[in-house]
Each structure stands twice: as structure tokens, then as C-alpha cells.
Design a protein around this ligand. Structure first.
Ligand SMILES: [Zn+2]
Length: 371
């Protein structure tokens, strides 16, 4: 495929202002990198927050220098390959894990790049001042026609997974990694708080793919909860928080013991009540995982957790290897990507897409940009 000298990209020039479609030079892949023709890029609800408010409300999470190309979850085709890259070919269909790390610290060497002090979300935000270098090396997010990425960040997609579906891998991987850390396996019982939301629906299909036999999903909207139950009616039960607290509901369905794992998918701003009810609903020796970032200090009786031999896990994102698990599970039909309803936009309509995010049908809508 011939690569044009210039490309279109949506760039943020000023915090809080609309993205601007600019024509810029198409990049060349550096050593160890590939060039990708972006076909889809997922946009998550928090992107609006990042573009409008992060420098004020999350100053510890630095943005790339402006003007910047955002876009966290890109998918596309490999079109050019830099030096020092083996095993990747032009035409490969891929998801690009946006997690970037230094590649030379002990965490990177030991296969735990998320622990790297330089860890950075390409096309989104970083986690410390060390992200500056990685933003310089990888300034291209998914909201452009082309982007560069390290070959080590690529997840090859099977034919049965569309570019739009794979653009959802970010939140699916986040839920999947958290459930793996909590040792969810065939036969497990799992409570998912916020089960009808963007992260929650991903957690439900991930728990199903890992073999959980019983999934208890909580939320508010009864219509959305009915759709969550319909994903696997024999294995998924739902509870509306409008009906009160769910502790007794869980206990009566788990012989009084509680669930093996509770996963909290509620985002910042959610009440702490569901989180602490989730903790109460975990059995002796079980695990509570947070992937939604409930904000502020949460009251936890750590002594009680100790005598019950329980584990609390806060889990960020997922590794590229876990992304490869998702591709394999989708290929065999265990990961049910068909639950998502694509809502797709051309690159020129990216601001309209961002404005319409509030109209999504809970976690079922899959908002994507097709550059
Ligand atoms: Zn590192």
C-alpha cells in the first residue's frame, strides 16, 4: 500500500476547545516501530473529561503537548515496518495497545510494563513527568489516518473480529486483566458493580469468557440491566440499585457465603455505598477488584479483611499479551463481541461524536471514529 506524504488528523490546540482537522506530515516508523493505517479508534466517555478538564482536575496525569492527536484505542492495518522488527507484516490487521513504557527498567524487563515509572497512555495521558519523552517519541494517537507504534504493542486480529469491535479492547482488557488477577476461573461467582456501563458490560463478557458460572450485575437502569441479563440468561442475574442494597440478594444466592470475586466498575463520582456493599458481599478468602476508580477515600475495615483472608486489588489497564488473549477468545467465540452496537463517525465528525457520547445505550454502544 502506498503511503501519502500528508495525512488528516484531529488535533486539540487548546484545552476545552473542539478538535481541529489538520493536514500534517505522515510519520515514518523508527527502529522497532511500525506505521499503521488507522481504520477505527474507540472513544470512551472519559475522553471528553480529559480534553476539557484534566489539566485542572487531574494535574498529576499530564497530557501530551498541544497541539496533540488523542485517541486511545486504535485498530488498523500495518503499512510500513521500521528496522529491527520481525514477525510483523504489511497488511496485518491489529489492535494497538496504547500503553508505552521505557523498555529498559527492571519492570519492563520482567514483563510488567504497567509498573514502569514512565508508563504512558499514547493518545490520552501519562502518569508522571517521565511521560514527556514517550509523548515525544509517540505523538500520534488514533484520531488520525496514520500512526506509529512499537511492534511490541500490536495485537493481531482474527478475521472474525472487526476493526470497530477491536476498538473496544481497551476497556475489555481492563476488566479482563482485573478478573485474571482475582483468579476468576470456570465455576467462579462474580459480582460486577456498574454492570450495565461502558466498563461493566466489558466485565460481564470477560467473566463469561473466563468461565465464571454465575455473574451478578448491579446497575440502575432496568432496561439496560435486562439487556445485560440477556447476554447469558442462565449465568447472569441482575439487580437494580433502585431496589436498595444488594448484600442480602447476593448472600441468599451464594448459600450465605458471598461471591468469589467482586469487581467495581463504577467511575469517579459514584457513591461509595455500592463499593462497600461489594466488599461485604465477598466470601471469606475472596477478592475485591477495582477497575473503575471510585474517587476519594473509601472506609475499609482492614482488620476484618485480614481475619477473613481477603484481597483488595486495584488494577490498571492490561498487557499486550492479555490483549492477545482477547483476540484468541474472540476467535473461538468465548468472548462475545456481538453484544456491542457500533455507533461510527468519520474523522471530520469527531466533535459531533464526542457531543453525542451522552446518548449512548449504556455500555452496549460502541462509539468509534473511522479515519
Ligand atoms: Zn520501564
Amino acid at each position: 500500500m502506498s503511503v501519502p506524504a500528508t495525512m488528516k488528523a484531529a488535533r486539540l490546540h487548546e484545552i476545552g476547545k473542539p478538535l481541529v482537522i489538520d493536514t500534517i506530515e505522515t510519520p515514518h516508523p523508527l527502529h522497532g516501530d511500525v506505521l499503521i493505517r488507522v481504520r477505527a479508534c474507540g472513544i470512551v466517555p472519559n475522553l471528553v473529561n480529559v480534553l476539557h478538564h484534566y489539566p485542572k482536575v487531574a494535574a498529576h496525569l499530564p497530557l501530551p503537548p498541544l497541539p496533540a492527536i488523542f485517541g486511545l484505542d486504535p485498530t488498523g492495518e500495518v503499512v510500513a515496518i521500521g528496522t529491527g522488527v520481525d514477525g510483523v507484516h504489511a497488511g496485518d490487521r491489529v489492535y494497538v495497545n496504547p500503553g508505552r513504557s521505557c523498555g529498559t527498567c527492571r519492570h519492563c524487563w520482567s514483563g510488567d510494563p504497567i509498573a514502569c515509572e514512565s508508563y504512558t497512555f499514547n493518545g490520552y495521558f501519562g502518569f508522571s513527568h517521565l511521560s514527556k519523552k514517550l509523548f515525544e517519541r509517540y505523538p500520534y494517537g488514533g484520531l488520525g489516518e496514520y500512526m506509529t507504534a512499537p511492534a511490541s504493542a500490536l495485537v493481531k486480529l482474527p478475521e472474525c473480529v472487526s476493526f470497530n469491535q477491536a476498538a473496544r479492547f481497551g476497556y475489555i482488557g481492563t476488566a479482563y486483566s482485573g478478573l485474571r488477577k482475582a483468579k476468576v476461573s470456570p465455576g467462579s461467582s462474580v459480582l460486577i458493580n456498574g454492570g450495565s456501563g461502558t466498563l461493566g458490560v466489558c466485565a460481564v463478557i470477560s467473566a463469561l469468557a473466563l468461565g465464571a458460572s454465575r455473574i451478578f450485575a448491579t446497575g440502575r437502569n432496568r432496561g439496560l440491566l435486562a439487556s445485560v441479563q440477556a447476554i447469558a440468561p442462565g449465568r447472569v442475574a441482575v439487580f437494580s440499585l433502585d431496589d436498595g442494597n444488594f448484600f442480602d440478594w447476593i448472600k441468599t444466592r451464594t448459600s450465605g457465603q458471598g461471591v468469589d470475586v467482586a469487581m467495581d466498575c463504577l467511575g469517579p463520582g459514584a457513591s461509595h455505598i455500592a463499593f462497600t456493599e461489594g466488599l461485604r458481599s465477598v466470601r471469606r478468602g475472596g477478592h475485591l477488584v477495582d477497575v473503575g476508580a471510585v474517587s476519594g477515600d473509601v472506609s475499609i475495615n482492614i482488620g476484618n479483611m485480614m481475619v477473613r483472608n481477603m484481597t483488595l486489588i486495584a488494577s490498571l489497564w492490561f498487557t499486550t499479551e492479555e490483549g492477545r488473549h482477547l483476540a484468541a477468545l474472540a476467535d473461538t467465540g468465548q468472548l462475545k463481541l456481538a453484544v456491542f452496537e457500533d455507533v461510527s463517525f468519520a474523522l471530520k465528525d469527531v466533535n459531533e461524536a464526542l457531543a453525542r457520547l451522552d446518548s449512548r445505550r449504556g455500555g452496549f454502544s460502541n462509539f468509534v471514529i473511522n479515519p
